[in-house]
Design a protein around this ligand. Structure first.
Ligand code: MN
Length: 496
């Protein structure tokens, strides 16, 4: 990797600052920030981020000050280093973030709040965590467990949200290995056995499809994808531990040139093998919430082998595997051109922030000015965070009202809600909640939900709970209203 004079200087400064410090592995400490640097370079991050990666532990662990970093490397680098330093310690609302960490499943959201939502801080933290996981064996067992658990709960979902599929999988696999070694080994062996047993049948299925594609003159790449141990573990829990119900232990993946060809290949596969009912999934038309796109189908071959096929374009494949990095490295020109021409459909709307980041990074690297506000990208543009009077953070879709909040706390609280106090003031139930509001719900025992409330809920969750309650109170109840706006798939909305 090429090193600019600025980066070399950062390495020198960090090496000096960490001099004499050792990692748990016994190696000089500087190994760690340099490994983080390398990861960030591999991800294609801009120079400020890479430099901040080199310096990320200096302010906390050495004599170096933020002021010195700012004087030498500028405001942006200092901002990033400060963000990484503060991460995990930040206060927001009434409680220390750390107090929340073991409690709930939405730690990620809290992490994001704490960072002020500058995505590059999170990316440095992700690289930092990845290297710590890779070297976790040097830690005492208790620490291993703690780091592994937190990685699984916070950093794997973060990688997922950043669409960095390969990073998510590495975090999950490593964490799970340390958290439950017996189970990990068991599932690894189980997978290996199943694969061995299915090998020849899979190969003949693959060959049949490849022959057909060649005959049609379709260009493709094909590889096998073996389900990760951790996702197998999760899926088995859902299926009563019955491995025979896991159809995607191995998937054959076909990567083709364009979307039309994806559907063509799907048709060819279905002409060769019998598709299983309800197992055709079109994540191209309807991407998963993290932006994942692909066609999936599960078929039964004449040899009675169940095989899952995944079909996608190169772009989709790159996004799925490398996410953010892909937008930096891959087809930069083309993507930008597509947006300019209004053909933005390739990148789901929830990933538009990546493009903004990419554009800003490109500007920065060519020495142009960048509006720093633009870099404080909002990963959760569609969400707001509000507080309970006790200071618990609740995340809700943007547009939510007090009843959404109440139902989110508990369906009984929702059902018995008679009023709401927002930031100390009584408000009506159709008041839209704002980012940072402190919301208190007033309940009365005799209160019952009524159909008029359907206009006063926004979230799918609250609507669902409310409808169930209305149905039990009014046996012949049928809602006149259509689906709430939130349930429409915004990713398919056409931009004009
Ligand atoms: Mn570190």
């Amino acid at each position: 990797m090429k090193q600019s004079p600025k980066l070399k200087q950062a390495i020198d400064i960090a090496t000096k600052a960490h001099e004499g410090q050792l990692r748990k592995t016994g190696e000089p400490y500087i190994i760690h920030p340099l490994a983080v640097m390398k990861i960030l370079q591999e991800w294609g991050m801009d120079e400020d981020t890479v430099i901040a990666g080199v310096l990320h532990d200096t302010v906390e662990d050495t004599e170096l000050t933020l002021k010195e970093i700012e004087d030498t490397f500028g405001k942006d680098v200092a901002f990033l280093v400060n963000g990484v330093t503060k991460l995990g310690k930040a206060r927001k609302g009434m409680r220390d973030l750390d107090d929340y960490l073991p409690e709930t499943s939405s730690n990620l959201l809290k992490l994001l709040i704490a960072t002020g939502q500058d995505v590059r801080v999170l990316i440095i933290k992700l690289a930092d965590r990845l290297h710590n996981l890779r070297t976790l064996s040097a830690m005492p067992p208790q620490k291993q467990q703690k780091i592994a658990r937190e990685s699984l709960e916070v950093f794997a979902p973060l990688a997922d949200r950043l669409q960095m599929g390969h990073v998510r999988v590495e975090i999950e696999e490593t964490s799970f290995y340390y958290l439950d070694r017996l189970r990990y080994d068991f599932l690894k062996n189980l997978t290996a056995e199943r694969l061995k047993a299915a090998d020849s049948k899979l190969k003949s299925a693959q060959k049949a499809v490849e022959d057909a594609l060649k005959k049609e003159g379709i260009k493709y790449e094909c590889d096998g994808r073996i389900k990760s141990i951790y996702s197998l573990h999760k899926k088995l829990a859902k299926y009563n531990q019955d491995i025979n119900r896991i159809y995607d232990l191995i998937a054959l993946r076909f990567i083709v040139e364009d979307v039309t060809t994806c559907y063509l290949v799907l048709g060819i596969i279905h002409s060769l093998f019998k598709p299983m009912d309800g197992r055709i999934k079109d994540y191209i038309a309807t991407p998963k919430s993290n932006g994942y796109q692909s066609l999936h189908t599960t078929v039964i071959t004449p040899e009675h082998q169940v095989v899952e096929f995944q079909i996608r374009t190169k772009e989709m494949h790159n996004f799925a595997e490398r996410g953010l990095a892909a937008t930096f490295f891959y087809n930069e020109q083309k993507l930008t051109k597509d947006y300019a021409e209004g053909k933005a459909s390739k990148l789901p709307t929830n990933l538009l922030w990546i493009r903004e980041l990419q554009e800003a990074a490109a500007k920065l690297s060519s020495g142009q000015e960048v509006d720093t506000k633009k870099l404080k990208l909002n990963l959760f543009a569609d969400k707001i965070f509000v507080y309970t009077p006790r200071g618990d953070i609740i995340d809700l879709p943007k547009g939510s009202m007090p009843l959404d909040f109440a139902y989110r706390l508990h369906s009984d609280i929702g059902a018995s809600c008679t009023g709401a106090i927002v930031n100390g003031k009584m408000v009506s139930l159709n008041t839209k909640l704002n980012q940072g509001d402190i919301v208190e719900i007033i309940t009365t025992k005799n209160q019952k939900p009524n159909p008029g409330w359907l206009d006063k809920v926004f979230s799918k969750h609250a609507r669902h709970k409310l409808l169930a309650q209305l149905n039990s109170i009014f046996p012949n109840f049928s809602p006149h209203k259509k689906e709430s706006p939130q349930s429409q798939d915004t990713s398919k909305k056409k931009k004009s």
